[in-house]
Unconditional design. Structure first.
Length: 248
């Protein structure tokens, strides 16, 4: 029995800079550490199995790990901004001002809900772009509430004066705790959805979603709709030249 061999040609697109890739994995690791240690801090059930002499030391250690991870996460987030400046692929933001963006988002949503068999090819699809904006909002809330809780241990220090307004906005410190806790769950829910979508895109659709976060490049069969977003000036000149020649 003969088996047909199908040749598939793919185009390579450089999307994610080393800065984005390195700090993406640092931030992902810190989110996991922060969530686990945060749950232990909120509900330290394991301390019931420890000798009273060591239980307070154990919680202090978990809190210290949580604080170090928080500062590393914040530093990685700030340094990742550098990637937004130097590489176009690192700043694939949603085009809220364009009407077709919403139609394309619905198409992608239908596909991931198994209602629609396929969607157009993207370097970063519109639903992913929108979800990252939501993630950045959640991260900003975590920074504000987390640093407020950290520095308000001593309300008289200078940083407490900087972050103290968060208590005023939320009403009291307990509300800040509650907001910090539930927003953390929101980030975890985002991570679960993110893992599902990139894994599906990588292995079922061949869109190099997972591998691109290691190598920086995507290998796609079709020309992505948003390829123009990562064009360099030289690429743009070549494309316009091809368009002019095609019209002749």
């Amino acid at each position: 029995m003969k088996h047909a061999v199908k040749e598939v040609k793919r185009k390579e697109f450089y999307v994610f800079s080393p800065f984005l890739r390195v700090f993406h994995w640092i931030m992902a690791t810190m989110i996991l550490i922060l969530f686990v240690t945060g749950i232990i801090i909120a509900t330290p059930l394991a301390t019931l199995n420890l000798e009273p002499t060591f239980s307070s030391t154990y919680v202090d250690l978990v809190r210290d790990i949580h604080f170090v991870a928080a500062f590393l996460f914040c530093a990685a987030f700030v340094l990742r901004i550098y990637g937004f400046i130097v590489n176009r692929g690192d700043r694939l933001f949603p085009h809220f001002w364009e009407g077709h963006f919403y139609r394309e988002t619905i198409d992608v949503l239908k596909h991931y809900m198994l209602v629609q068999s396929n969607h157009a090819s993207y370097l970063r699809n519109p639903m992913a772009r929108s979800s990252y904006v939501l993630l950045y909002v959640l991260v900003a809330i975590e920074f504000l509430t987390g640093f407020d809780l950290y520095f308000m241990r001593d309300p008289n220090n200078s940083m407490a004066l900087v972050t103290g307004w968060v208590n005023t906005v939320c009403g009291n410190e307990m509300t800040v705790h509650v907001v910090h806790h539930y927003v953390a769950w929101g980030i975890i829910l985002f991570a679960i959805g993110h893992i599902y979508m990139v894994t599906r895109a990588e292995f079922m659709e061949g869109e190099s979603e997972v591998s691109s976060m290691f190598a920086g490049t995507k290998f796609l069969i079709h020309d992505p709709v948003d390829a123009v977003d990562v064009e360099t000036k030289a690429d743009r000149r070549d494309r316009k030249k091809r368009d002019r020649e095609g019209k002749k």
